[in-house]
Write a protein that binds this ligand. Structure first.
Ligand SMILES: C[S@@+](CC[C@H](N)C(=O)[O-])C[C@H]1O[C@@H](n2cnc3c(N)ncnc32)[C@H](O)[C@@H]1O
Length: 211
């Protein structure tokens, strides 16, 4: 993997670009110019940079990024120190061009960072929650339950990796997939969420319709 050059965003992987057409249409229709975004799982900052450049309002907004920068089981073999450096360089390069925006990094397990944000009085503060951290079902469920509390009514929630599975067909451990957690959350919270029908089967999007 090559290192970032100052002032220039570099990425070693791309899990995000395929989402851009669907995200562009989704945000135009449901959440033009959100001011406060909460991202769980930032990696090298590819989605963060897109949100800084294309979603936040021109006058300024903020993104809170939560990540251990240690990777999950699916990231074994990836040098995560380099990933964390690349995140800082990529986000720093965009912020140098768009200094009206703010990025707050929370390094640690998402359940701790989300709990801290709640304890610091941030319930109902975020316009958008992007869940793309751990792929383990119990972790995803926790991210959704705690992250949902941090969202205002009307907020947009997007969950990545709805179809992700580590094992091959026939040997899938469902507790090692986000899908069962996303389905459980949207079922149990069905009176407080409004699912959005959109052309992106790899992700699930919904609005928070009630507290
Ligand atoms: C798929 S990557 C995120 C990709 C990123 N959104 C992008 O645009 O490229 C998942 C990230 O979640 C982080 N992660 C995994 N489990 C976590 C946990 N329990 N708490 C916080 N971060 C976690 C990993 O370190 C990794 O950087």
């Amino acid at each position: 993997m090559e290192d970032s050059r100052p002032g220039e965003a570099t990425f070693s992987v791309d899990w995000f670009s395929r989402c851009i057409p669907a995200w562009t249409a989704l945000f135009a229709a449901h959440m033009p110019r959100p001011r406060r975004i909460l991202e769980i799982g930032a990696f090298e900052g590819r989605a963060t940079c897109f949100m800084l450049e294309h979603l936040l309002p021109a006058e300024g907004g903020e993104i809170h990024c939560i990540d251990t920068w240690e990777g999950g089981a699916e990231h074994s073999g990836i040098p995560m120190d380099a990933v964390a450096r690349r995140f800082r360089a990529n986000v720093g390069a965009v912020l140098a061009r768009l200094p009206q925006h703010q990025v707050v990094s929370h390094r640690g397990l998402s359940r701790h960072a989300l709990g801290n944000l709640l304890a610091q009085g941030n319930a109902g503060r975020f316009d958008v929650l992007y869940v793309d951290g751990s792929h383990q079902a119990p972790d995803v469920l926790e991210d959704l339950v705690l992250g949902f509390r941090l969202c205002r009514v009307g907020a947009l929630v997007i969950c990545d990796d709805y179809q992700w599975q580590r094992q091959k067909a026939g040997q899938v451990d469902v507790l090692d997939t986000p899908k069962i957690a996303i389905d459980a959350f949207t079922t149990i919270y069905r009176r407080r969420v409004s699912l959005i029908d959109w052309p992106c089967s790899y992700q699930v999007a919904f609005r928070k319709s009630g507290d």
